[in-house]
Design a protein around this ligand. Sequence first.
Ligand SMILES: Cc1cc2nc3c(=O)[nH]c(=O)nc-3n(C[C@H](O)[C@H](O)[C@H](O)COP(=O)(O)OP(=O)(O)OC[C@H]3O[C@@H](n4cnc5c(N)ncnc54)[C@H](O)[C@@H]3O)c2cc1C
Length: 316
Amino acid sequence: MHDIAIIGAGPAGLTAAAYGLRSQLDIILIARSMGGKVTYPFRLRDAEVADPVWGADLVYQFEEMVARSDMEMVDANVIEIRRLENGTFEIDLEDGRVVATRTIILNTGSRAKRMYVKGELDYRGRGVSFSAVSHAPFFQGRDVAVVGGGQRAIIAALELLPLANQVYLIAPRLDGLARLPAAKEALEHPRMSVFQGWEIQEVIGDGEMADGKFQPGYVTGLNLVGINGEIRSLPVEGVFVQHELMPHNDIARGLVEMDHYGFIRVNERCETSLPGFFAAGDVTTVHAEQVVIAIGEGGKAGLSAWEYVATHRMAQ
Ligand SMILES: Cc1cc2nc3c(=O)[nH]c(=O)nc-3n(C[C@H](O)[C@H](O)[C@H](O)COP(=O)(O)OP(=O)(O)OC[C@H]3O[C@@H](n4cnc5c(N)ncnc54)[C@H](O)[C@@H]3O)c2cc1C
């Protein structure tokens, strides 16, 4: 029986694991891809290549520390978690193995919803961004489009308005506006154009052929299609895809409380609604998808799980 099973090895999971090393407990780290992926190069025409991820060095440091230790690391997909009557857990791995543990720290992250249109992947990191909080500052004085009809899109538009030259908001429909006091002013702002009921057809960009292969340059515009089939082109250098994030929560469903969007509710100690089950990083309700935030949350979860094991071991 392990003391702590850490699921996920991104910034949150690796930080929890690094704290685990201090505790001298029996810890297992399980992830379907080992290692913190914290490099998101972002380029813009006439701007320096920017890799703006704060905290990346720390994540690499923790990754190395954990890899050099004798902590058990398993490269596997978790498919189910069961809580047993005595308060411990069983974790089913896709390869058929079952892991028994006193506590769990879940750090499975979230993913951005794509548009699935032509050009989206070619120009990802070359004008197309899935994270306004990460890349908005690079668009000073440039024309940008924000795609999405929910809170995340409206907030991105509000954050971009003071920086960008012109902001286009493209939304098949707009939800949840009433909850944002500043939404009305944003939608009526002289440098904001709203395309409600329109969808993206294609991200347009430049590039060149090299060695028989197309090398993408940068985003130069967008093609939109309206509900009546009308096509419009917008000249933009940035496209922020700001649909709501999708948490990787399937293995925690039915076990712990989640919010309306499926993010796991945690308190200030990274405790979920289920004793012995902790969660950290992008899969939780904690605000903002940023590496430094996931690091802090992973640290807290590691310490909370340590305390839980220390105070409950005798009872199990
Ligand atoms: C396109 C993009 C650009 C970004 N740019 C920036 C930026 O510039 N600056 C910044 O600070 N942040 C940026 N972020 C956000 C940042 O990447 C996240 O906030 C951070 O990675 C969250 O860390 P995490 O540990 O919670 O989850 P993640 O890093 O997502 O790690 C999740 C881990 O869980 C594992 N996992 C998931 N499900 C399972 C399962 N069922 N079984 C086993 N393992 C599983 C995965 O393999 C992985 O190891 C960006 C994100 C994206 C998508």
